[in-house]
Ligand binder design. Structure first.
Ligand code: NAI
Length: 332
């Protein structure tokens, strides 16, 4: 079986080639994103393997089906970039990697909190320039603070567990409460209450019609002044312009983002010699209290092993049994 990969990075090849020994598939790697212009590269492949910024909309799905593709295998957890209805209509199966390493993302969210708070990124540069002054590096104790977790699935749960270790009060908002978290002392509350009480808010829900621009001008009116906002989930959860306004007014005191609404034109590439046309990301990066990472929260050795194993396992399992490795991995 031939599988065409889109948006391939060198580390994808390393991990997939290593794990493919057990499967013997023909893996064809394309650097380019999957979209209407590039879909013809998949012709003759029974499966395509896509990532977070590939645009798998109806025209792309129709073209994939016409070219003989039967399976769309996401090598990530989020699936907001795939039109599932269109996949069903054209008879394509869609699978994903529901939980490859929730800890990887949760730990990155925590790293962003600690960096923004204690300014270790600035201290590192300062000391290298022989500037040993502490002025401007003042932080706060995380211990005892209230942390609001929006979305308590695999990642939100792992994140809440980490914050318990800091002796934080953890409050959560989700459409379904998780009993194990409640037993561990997490209090579920309506979104408004979470926003009003949290010193730190971390987003871990998927992007969908209900959650798009969950953080906007109106919801930001209800947060604690100087709140720290962390988004490692999907850029579309926040209205970037409203967040910039809130940073300017001091409503948001710290912002850590690993995802950005227009990230598909920027992330996963070296643009250091380019003129960036996106003024919004440039404005965000100009704030001293903003930390941007380029969708790297998932990027640990353990996660990449799990992603390669589950993705190839899903394709094999769908081919042989009609279902992916586990129920949560089968989307259509
Ligand atoms: P999950 O499916 O285990 O959990 C999602 C949780 O969000 C569920 O508990 C669900 O009930 C809740 N939810 C759904 N709709 C909601 C709403 N309207 N309001 C509040 N909560 C809602 O997903 P998981 O594995 O925890 O991942 C969460 C998100 O993290 C993914 O959707 C993906 O977008 C993002 N992600 C980011 C990565 C990165 O590298 N930055 C890597 C992996 C995932």
């Amino acid at each position: 079986m031939k599988i065409t990969f889109f948006s391939t990075q060198p580390y994808d090849k390393t991990f997939f080639d290593e794990h493919n020994h057990a499967y013997g598939y023909t893996l064809e790697y394309q650097d380019t994103q999957l979209n209407r212009q590039t879909v013809s590269l998949a012709e003759g492949s029974e499966a395509v393997c896509v990532f977070v910024n590939d645009k798998v909309d109806e025209p792309v799905i129709a073209a994939l089906a016409a070219g003989g593709t039967k399976i769309i295998a996401l090598r990530c957890a989020g699936f907001n970039n795939v039109d599932l209805e269109a996949a069903k209509k054209h008879g394509l199966r869609v699978c994903r990697v529901p939980a490859y390493s929730p800890e990887a993302v949760a730990e990155h969210a925590l790293a962003m909190i600690l960096t923004l708070n204690r300014k270790t990124h600035k201290a590192y540069n300062r000391v290298r320039e022989q500037n040993f002054s502490l002025n401007g590096l003042l932080g706060f104790d995380i211990h005892g603070k209230t942390v609001g977790v929006v979305g308590t699935g695999n990642i939100g749960k792992a994140f809440a567990r980490l914050l318990h270790g800091f002796n934080c009060k953890v409050i959560a908002y989700d459409i379904v409460a998780d009993e194990s978290l409640v037993r561990s002392g997490v209090q579920y509350a309506p979104l408004e209450t979470l926003l009003a009480q949290s010193d730190i808010i971390s987003l871990h829900c998927p992007l969908n019609d209900q959650t798009r621009h969950l953080i906007n001008k109106k919801t930001l009116e209800g947060v604690k002044k100087g709140v720290m906002l962390i988004n490692t989930s999907r850029g579309g959860l926040v209205c970037t312009q409203d967040v910039i306004d809130a940073l300017k007014s001091g409503t948001i005191g710290y912002l850590g983002i690993d995802v950005y609404e227009q990230e598909e034109k920027l992330f996963f590439r070296d643009l250091s010699a380019n003129i960036i046309q996106d003024d919004m990301i440039q404005r965000l990066m100009s704030f001293p209290n903003v930390l941007v990472t380029a969708h790297q929260a998932f990027f640990t050795h353990e996660a990449l092993v799990q992603i390669a194993e589950t993705t190839l396992g899903n394709i094999k399992s769908i081919t042989e049994t009609g279902e992916a490795v586990n129920k949560a991995a089968s989307l259509v």
